[in-house]
Design a binder for this molecule. Structure first.
Ligand code: UDP
Ligand code: MG
Length: 139
């Protein structure tokens, strides 16, 4: 069932560099409603579970290290066509390939440290949102 919701994380590099406000401004300006949001930090086990699909990839260890090194902003966002529109707003995984004006083009340092997460399907958006938030934290 399409829910018109997606899940995002402003990754540790975005928090470290003071980019939370600028990224949230772009998210708001693009018409997303914030359903849930918090500053939180993933444990190693959280990150290994969250990125389990990538566990055989050569970058998995670095990815877990990066995603657990400091706090993130986790959020659930709502908009018509949320998953696809948010992927368009954040841009390609590698900022070198990301379109002008996208969040990753503006704020990502590299393919590894790429500023933000965006769910890749409605199904994963629901799973990832439920990983970070209880029902009473969603509005
Ligand atoms: N990643 C990486 N090296 C790569 C591909 C991905 O370090 O060659 C990291 C990067 O932080 C990326 C995350 O792993 O955001 C998940 O990869 P995915 O292919 O799902 O990219 P995304 O959906 O985030 O664009
Ligand atoms: Mg992905």
């Amino acid at each position: 069932m399409a829910t018109n919701r997606t899940f995002t994380m402003l990754k540790p590099d975005s928090v470290e560099k003071g980019h939370i406000g600028a990224i949230l401004e772009k998210i708001n300006a693009s018409g997303f409603r914030i359903v849930a949001m918090k500053l939180t930090q993933m444990t190693k086990s959280d990150a290994e579970t969250f990125y389990e699909i990538h566990k055989e990839r050569p970058f998995f260890g670095e990815l877990v290290e990066y995603m657990t090194r400091g706090p993130i902003v986790a959020a659930i966002l709502e908009k018509e066509n949320a998953v696809e529109d948010f992927r368009t707003l954040i841009g390609a995984t590698n900022p070198a390939d990301a379109a002008e004006g996208t969040i990753r083009k503006l704020y990502a340092a590299s393919i590894g440290e790429n500023a933000v997460h965006g769910s890749d399907s409605d199904e994963n958006a629901a799973i990832e949102g439920a990983f970070h938030f209880s029902g009473r934290e969603m509005f």
